[in-house]
Design a binder for this molecule. Structure first.
Ligand code: COA
Length: 260
Protein backbone atom coordinates (compact mmCIF):
# COMPACT_ATOMS: atom_id res chain seq x y z
CA UNK A 1 0.00 0.00 0.00
CA UNK A 2 1.46 3.38 -0.94
CA UNK A 3 0.43 6.50 0.89
CA UNK A 4 1.15 10.19 0.44
CA UNK A 5 1.11 11.68 3.93
CA UNK A 6 2.22 8.62 5.90
CA UNK A 7 4.68 5.76 5.38
CA UNK A 8 3.93 2.16 6.26
CA UNK A 9 6.50 -0.59 6.76
CA UNK A 10 6.09 -4.02 8.31
CA UNK A 11 8.70 -6.63 9.16
CA UNK A 12 8.88 -9.55 11.61
CA UNK A 13 5.46 -8.88 13.10
CA UNK A 14 6.08 -5.17 13.77
CA UNK A 15 4.44 -2.47 11.62
CA UNK A 16 5.75 1.08 11.68
CA UNK A 17 3.43 3.92 10.70
CA UNK A 18 5.30 7.20 10.12
CA UNK A 19 3.59 10.58 9.82
CA UNK A 20 5.35 12.07 6.83
CA UNK A 21 4.88 15.81 6.33
CA UNK A 22 8.18 17.10 7.72
CA UNK A 23 7.81 20.57 6.15
CA UNK A 24 4.92 21.31 8.53
CA UNK A 25 6.09 19.33 11.58
CA UNK A 26 3.92 16.39 10.40
CA UNK A 27 0.70 18.41 10.78
CA UNK A 28 -2.40 16.42 9.90
CA UNK A 29 -4.28 17.31 6.77
CA UNK A 30 -7.34 15.56 5.32
CA UNK A 31 -5.15 13.16 3.32
CA UNK A 32 -3.22 12.09 6.41
CA UNK A 33 -6.42 11.55 8.39
CA UNK A 34 -7.93 9.46 5.60
CA UNK A 35 -4.75 7.42 5.17
CA UNK A 36 -4.45 6.78 8.92
CA UNK A 37 -8.07 5.60 9.01
CA UNK A 38 -7.45 3.22 6.07
CA UNK A 39 -4.17 2.01 7.53
CA UNK A 40 -5.57 1.18 10.98
CA UNK A 41 -8.77 -0.31 9.52
CA UNK A 42 -6.53 -2.66 7.49
CA UNK A 43 -4.45 -3.57 10.55
CA UNK A 44 -7.56 -4.80 12.40
CA UNK A 45 -7.70 -7.82 10.08
CA UNK A 46 -3.93 -8.34 9.63
CA UNK A 47 -2.78 -11.26 11.77
CA UNK A 48 0.79 -11.01 10.49
CA UNK A 49 1.23 -7.74 12.41
CA UNK A 50 1.53 -8.28 16.16
CA UNK A 51 2.55 -4.80 17.31
CA UNK A 52 2.34 -1.32 15.74
CA UNK A 53 4.73 1.60 16.26
CA UNK A 54 3.56 5.13 15.33
CA UNK A 55 6.12 7.87 14.86
CA UNK A 56 6.81 11.12 12.99
CA UNK A 57 9.43 11.67 10.33
CA UNK A 58 12.37 13.96 11.14
CA UNK A 59 13.91 15.07 14.38
CA UNK A 60 11.68 17.99 15.34
CA UNK A 61 8.14 16.66 15.66
CA UNK A 62 5.91 13.67 16.22
CA UNK A 63 3.09 15.90 14.96
CA UNK A 64 2.12 19.57 15.46
CA UNK A 65 -1.57 18.62 15.26
CA UNK A 66 -4.22 19.63 12.75
CA UNK A 67 -3.01 21.48 9.68
CA UNK A 68 -3.96 25.03 10.68
CA UNK A 69 -3.94 26.13 7.05
CA UNK A 70 -7.15 24.11 6.59
CA UNK A 71 -8.80 26.23 9.32
CA UNK A 72 -8.61 29.37 7.23
CA UNK A 73 -10.92 28.02 4.52
CA UNK A 74 -14.53 28.72 5.48
CA UNK A 75 -16.44 25.58 6.58
CA UNK A 76 -18.99 24.64 3.95
CA UNK A 77 -21.89 22.91 5.79
CA UNK A 78 -22.00 19.87 3.47
CA UNK A 79 -18.25 19.27 3.74
CA UNK A 80 -18.45 19.66 7.50
CA UNK A 81 -21.33 17.15 7.73
CA UNK A 82 -19.46 14.67 5.52
CA UNK A 83 -16.31 14.93 7.63
CA UNK A 84 -18.33 14.37 10.82
CA UNK A 85 -19.78 11.17 9.34
CA UNK A 86 -16.39 9.62 8.70
CA UNK A 87 -14.85 7.32 11.25
CA UNK A 88 -12.13 9.19 13.12
CA UNK A 89 -8.79 7.42 12.71
CA UNK A 90 -8.40 7.32 16.47
CA UNK A 91 -11.56 5.20 16.64
CA UNK A 92 -10.01 2.93 14.00
CA UNK A 93 -6.99 2.68 16.33
CA UNK A 94 -9.29 1.77 19.23
CA UNK A 95 -10.52 -1.20 17.22
CA UNK A 96 -6.96 -2.43 16.61
CA UNK A 97 -6.34 -5.60 18.61
CA UNK A 98 -2.57 -5.11 18.37
CA UNK A 99 -0.73 -3.04 20.99
CA UNK A 100 0.20 0.37 19.55
CA UNK A 101 3.35 2.16 20.73
CA UNK A 102 3.92 5.88 20.11
CA UNK A 103 7.55 6.94 19.53
CA UNK A 104 7.42 10.68 20.23
CA UNK A 105 10.30 12.92 19.20
CA UNK A 106 9.93 16.69 19.60
CA UNK A 107 6.49 18.30 19.38
CA UNK A 108 3.28 16.32 20.02
CA UNK A 109 0.62 19.03 20.00
CA UNK A 110 -3.15 19.12 19.56
CA UNK A 111 -4.24 16.25 17.31
CA UNK A 112 -0.65 14.95 17.44
CA UNK A 113 -0.92 14.40 21.19
CA UNK A 114 -4.44 13.01 20.70
CA UNK A 115 -2.93 10.45 18.32
CA UNK A 116 -0.36 9.54 20.99
CA UNK A 117 -3.18 9.31 23.56
CA UNK A 118 -4.94 6.75 21.36
CA UNK A 119 -1.79 4.57 21.52
CA UNK A 120 -1.27 2.02 24.28
CA UNK A 121 2.29 2.87 25.38
CA UNK A 122 4.09 6.17 24.82
CA UNK A 123 7.89 6.43 24.55
CA UNK A 124 9.10 10.05 24.40
CA UNK A 125 12.47 11.62 23.69
CA UNK A 126 13.92 13.82 26.42
CA UNK A 127 13.36 16.87 24.18
CA UNK A 128 9.66 16.12 23.62
CA UNK A 129 7.10 18.91 24.12
CA UNK A 130 3.52 17.82 24.63
CA UNK A 131 0.31 19.81 24.82
CA UNK A 132 -3.35 20.12 23.88
CA UNK A 133 -2.94 23.63 22.51
CA UNK A 134 -6.32 23.98 20.74
CA UNK A 135 -7.73 26.60 23.12
CA UNK A 136 -5.10 29.04 21.78
CA UNK A 137 -6.92 28.82 18.43
CA UNK A 138 -10.39 29.27 19.95
CA UNK A 139 -11.26 25.59 19.58
CA UNK A 140 -11.13 22.56 21.87
CA UNK A 141 -9.56 19.12 21.34
CA UNK A 142 -11.88 17.18 19.04
CA UNK A 143 -9.95 13.95 18.52
CA UNK A 144 -10.59 12.39 21.90
CA UNK A 145 -8.24 14.61 23.94
CA UNK A 146 -10.84 15.84 26.44
CA UNK A 147 -11.77 12.22 27.19
CA UNK A 148 -8.51 10.28 26.95
CA UNK A 149 -6.24 12.79 28.73
CA UNK A 150 -8.20 12.87 32.04
CA UNK A 151 -8.44 9.08 31.98
CA UNK A 152 -4.64 8.96 31.81
CA UNK A 153 -3.53 11.84 34.05
CA UNK A 154 -6.64 12.70 36.09
CA UNK A 155 -9.18 15.51 35.88
CA UNK A 156 -7.13 18.34 37.42
CA UNK A 157 -3.98 17.89 35.36
CA UNK A 158 -6.01 17.36 32.19
CA UNK A 159 -7.99 20.54 32.77
CA UNK A 160 -4.81 22.45 33.58
CA UNK A 161 -3.29 21.37 30.27
CA UNK A 162 -6.44 21.87 28.18
CA UNK A 163 -7.46 25.24 29.67
CA UNK A 164 -3.98 26.76 29.53
CA UNK A 165 -3.10 25.22 26.16
CA UNK A 166 0.45 25.07 27.51
CA UNK A 167 3.16 22.63 26.46
CA UNK A 168 4.94 20.44 29.00
CA UNK A 169 8.34 18.78 28.72
CA UNK A 170 9.16 15.08 28.74
CA UNK A 171 10.14 14.82 32.41
CA UNK A 172 6.85 16.38 33.58
CA UNK A 173 4.95 14.17 31.11
CA UNK A 174 6.64 11.15 32.68
CA UNK A 175 5.90 12.36 36.21
CA UNK A 176 2.16 12.78 35.54
CA UNK A 177 1.80 9.48 33.64
CA UNK A 178 1.27 11.05 30.22
CA UNK A 179 4.17 9.03 28.80
CA UNK A 180 5.48 5.71 30.06
CA UNK A 181 9.16 6.06 29.13
CA UNK A 182 11.61 8.89 28.36
CA UNK A 183 14.80 8.12 26.44
CA UNK A 184 17.59 10.24 24.96
CA UNK A 185 16.65 12.07 21.75
CA UNK A 186 17.81 10.03 18.80
CA UNK A 187 17.09 6.71 20.52
CA UNK A 188 13.33 7.00 20.67
CA UNK A 189 12.38 5.06 17.54
CA UNK A 190 14.96 2.32 18.15
CA UNK A 191 13.74 2.04 21.75
CA UNK A 192 10.09 1.79 20.68
CA UNK A 193 10.93 -0.82 18.05
CA UNK A 194 12.91 -2.92 20.53
CA UNK A 195 9.94 -2.75 22.90
CA UNK A 196 7.65 -3.70 20.00
CA UNK A 197 9.79 -6.74 19.17
CA UNK A 198 9.72 -7.81 22.83
CA UNK A 199 5.91 -7.74 22.71
CA UNK A 200 5.79 -9.38 19.27
CA UNK A 201 7.67 -12.37 20.74
CA UNK A 202 4.77 -13.16 23.08
CA UNK A 203 2.04 -15.65 22.21
CA UNK A 204 -0.15 -13.70 19.75
CA UNK A 205 -3.57 -14.46 21.20
CA UNK A 206 -2.44 -13.80 24.79
CA UNK A 207 -1.05 -10.43 23.69
CA UNK A 208 -4.36 -9.43 22.09
CA UNK A 209 -6.51 -10.62 24.97
CA UNK A 210 -4.30 -8.87 27.52
CA UNK A 211 -4.86 -5.58 25.67
CA UNK A 212 -8.58 -6.25 25.30
CA UNK A 213 -8.98 -7.06 29.01
CA UNK A 214 -7.34 -3.78 30.05
CA UNK A 215 -8.74 -1.44 27.37
CA UNK A 216 -12.31 -2.76 27.25
CA UNK A 217 -12.31 -3.44 30.99
CA UNK A 218 -11.61 0.22 31.74
CA UNK A 219 -14.91 1.12 30.05
CA UNK A 220 -16.86 -1.28 32.29
CA UNK A 221 -18.00 -1.35 35.91
CA UNK A 222 -15.51 -3.45 37.93
CA UNK A 223 -17.81 -6.45 38.21
CA UNK A 224 -18.22 -6.61 34.41
CA UNK A 225 -14.52 -6.01 33.84
CA UNK A 226 -13.69 -8.92 36.12
CA UNK A 227 -16.14 -11.06 34.17
CA UNK A 228 -14.48 -10.03 30.89
CA UNK A 229 -11.06 -10.91 32.32
CA UNK A 230 -12.35 -14.27 33.47
CA UNK A 231 -13.89 -15.05 30.07
CA UNK A 232 -10.68 -14.15 28.19
CA UNK A 233 -8.46 -15.99 30.69
CA UNK A 234 -10.69 -19.07 30.34
CA UNK A 235 -10.53 -18.91 26.54
CA UNK A 236 -6.72 -18.77 26.72
CA UNK A 237 -6.72 -22.00 28.74
CA UNK A 238 -7.97 -23.77 25.62
CA UNK A 239 -5.13 -22.77 23.27
CA UNK A 240 -2.29 -24.91 21.90
CA UNK A 241 0.07 -22.07 22.75
CA UNK A 242 -0.75 -22.42 26.45
CA UNK A 243 0.44 -26.04 26.36
CA UNK A 244 3.46 -25.02 24.28
CA UNK A 245 4.35 -22.29 26.81
CA UNK A 246 4.28 -24.73 29.70
CA UNK A 247 6.24 -27.40 27.77
CA UNK A 248 8.89 -24.89 26.68
CA UNK A 249 9.33 -23.78 30.30
CA UNK A 250 9.70 -27.35 31.56
CA UNK A 251 12.03 -28.29 28.69
CA UNK A 252 14.07 -25.10 29.22
CA UNK A 253 13.72 -23.91 25.62
CA UNK A 254 12.21 -20.98 23.71
CA UNK A 255 8.51 -21.47 22.95
CA UNK A 256 7.37 -21.86 19.33
CA UNK A 257 4.02 -20.07 19.15
CA UNK A 258 1.50 -21.01 16.48
CA UNK A 259 -1.19 -18.48 17.36
CA UNK A 260 -3.66 -21.33 17.94
N1 COA B 1 -0.44 23.35 10.80
C1 COA B 1 0.11 23.84 9.67
N2 COA B 1 1.39 24.22 9.59
C2 COA B 1 2.16 24.09 10.69
C3 COA B 1 1.64 23.58 11.89
C4 COA B 1 0.28 23.22 11.92
N3 COA B 1 -0.29 22.68 13.01
N4 COA B 1 2.63 23.57 12.82
C5 COA B 1 3.73 24.06 12.19
N5 COA B 1 3.43 24.37 10.91
C6 COA B 1 4.34 24.91 9.89
C7 COA B 1 4.68 26.36 10.14
O1 COA B 1 3.68 27.21 9.61
C8 COA B 1 5.99 26.46 9.39
O2 COA B 1 5.72 26.56 8.01
P1 COA B 1 6.59 27.61 7.09
O3 COA B 1 8.00 27.05 7.13
O4 COA B 1 5.94 27.49 5.75
O5 COA B 1 6.46 28.94 7.75
C9 COA B 1 6.64 25.10 9.62
O6 COA B 1 5.58 24.21 9.96
C10 COA B 1 7.65 25.12 10.73
O7 COA B 1 6.98 25.61 11.89
P2 COA B 1 7.54 26.85 12.77
O8 COA B 1 6.39 27.45 13.52
O9 COA B 1 8.35 27.77 11.92
O10 COA B 1 8.52 26.04 13.74
P3 COA B 1 8.93 26.41 15.23
O11 COA B 1 10.00 25.44 15.57
O12 COA B 1 9.20 27.86 15.36
O13 COA B 1 7.62 26.10 16.12
C11 COA B 1 5.71 24.78 16.82
C12 COA B 1 7.12 24.80 16.18
C13 COA B 1 5.19 23.35 16.68
C14 COA B 1 5.80 25.17 18.30
C15 COA B 1 4.80 25.78 16.08
O14 COA B 1 4.89 25.52 14.69
C16 COA B 1 3.36 25.68 16.50
O15 COA B 1 2.97 26.18 17.54
N6 COA B 1 2.51 25.02 15.67
C17 COA B 1 1.11 24.95 15.89
C18 COA B 1 0.79 23.86 16.91
C19 COA B 1 -0.68 23.83 17.25
O16 COA B 1 -1.25 24.77 17.75
N7 COA B 1 -1.33 22.69 16.98
C20 COA B 1 -2.69 22.46 17.29
C21 COA B 1 -3.54 22.67 16.10
S1 COA B 1 -5.25 22.48 16.53
Amino acid sequence: MTYEAIRYEAADGVATVTLNRPDVHNAMNETMRRELTDCFAGLVADDTVRVVVVTGTGQRAFSAGADIREFVAPQVPTVFRESRKRVDFRQAMDRCPQPIIAAIRGFALGGGLELALACDIRVASDDAQLGLTEVNLAIIPGGGGTQRLPRLVGRGKALEMILTGARIGASEALAIGLVERVVPAGEVLAHAQTLARTLADKAPVALRYAKEAVVKGLELPLVDGLRLENDLATLLRTTDDRVEGARAFLEKRKPRWTGR
